[in-house]
Design a binder for this molecule. Structure first.
Ligand code: OAD
Length: 255
């Protein structure tokens, strides 16, 4: 069995040789920042049910309850800082000319770390849109009030409720975002970092990259459905693995 150190050396070699690098991230990347993941011990879906909080039907039924959850998460994320994993990915986004980061995370920590080319697959907790899609409002807009004085927050144009700018279960991914993600998996190296790889269509992206000839790797302390099909699965925390890879990349000049 290959040791973690050997896997890290192998992956660093592939990254060094890559012209096009794509990184797919999930909640595990923000775990070291103190943002809870969804699944696993301590995950949000242990105490809450997605069908009560993360579907259009739930919002229709009880917009205040849904907003209480999102307002709480916004407060929590506002007090968190990007960790070493976010920082390294941000550095790569500037260093590699053809780099794309596709994230399922809605917390905005990749952007706060300064990452370029973030494809927000599931939207952003820092954006909202008018629930009634009133004609006077843009499709979505940035809204950073924490906490909101009134729940659900009102649309400044029509006075109806606004909704979080995230993708809920049962909703489609924005076609432009889907297209950008599909283009991004046409790459030399594709990493899936900190995702349980169970939510589609995001979970299909790593396999799609492999089918197009990319070297694929997973970084996650736990095994996932992607572990068996990718080229290497590194079973350790993202902040540790990325830091060690960065150490190796730093040690040799870039091509
Ligand atoms: P999950 O909570 O499903 O998975 C998080 C993964 O991160 C797990 O596989 C953990 O083992 C791993 N993990 C934990 N700590 C880590 C660390 N320090 N480094 C690396 N990995 C670590 O989160 P996602 O896969 O992002 O969607 O979930 C996908 C989607 O399901 C979310 O975007 C959200 C959720 O329901 C919606 O709300 C629509």
């Amino acid at each position: 069995m290959t040791s973690l150190a050997e896997q890290i050396r192998l992956l660093a070699g592939h990254i060094r040789a890559a012209s096009r690098l794509t990184v797919l991230t999930g909640a595990g990347v923000s775990a070291a920042s103190g943002v809870p993941t969804f699944r696993g011990p301590g995950g949000l879906w242990k105490d809450f049910r997605p069908e009560d909080l993360a579907t259009p039907e739930a919002f229709e039924r009880d917009p205040r309850l849904v907003w209480e959850w999102y307002d709480w998460r916004r407060q929590m994320v506002a007090s968190c800082r990007p960790n070493r994993a976010h920082e390294i990915l941000a550095a790569w986004s500037h260093r590699y000319p053809s780099f794309t980061l596709v994230t399922q995370n809605v917390d905005g920590l990749h952007e706060r770390a300064g990452t370029r080319e973030v494809v927000r697959f599931h939207g952003s907790i820092w954006e909202v849109s008018c629930w009634r899609r009133c004609a006077a409002s843009p499709a979505r807009w940035r809204e950073e009030t924490v906490p909101f004085p009134e729940l659900p927050p009102p649309c400044p144009r029509c006075g109806g409720p606004v909704r979080p700018g995230v993708v809920w279960f049962g909703e489609l991914i924005d076609p432009d975002i889907l297209e950008r993600a599909r283009r991004a998996v046409d790459c030399d190296v594709c990493l899936a970092v900190g995702t349980s790889s169970v939510v589609y269509p995001a979970a299909a992206l790593l396999d799609a990259a492999r089918e197009r000839g990319a070297f694929t790797a997973e970084i996650n302390p736990e095994a996932t459905p992607a572990s068996a099909s990718c080229d290497i699965a590194l079973a350790a925390p993202a902040e540790e693995v990325l830091d060690r890879i960065e150490g190796l990349l730093d040690a040799e000049p870039l091509r």
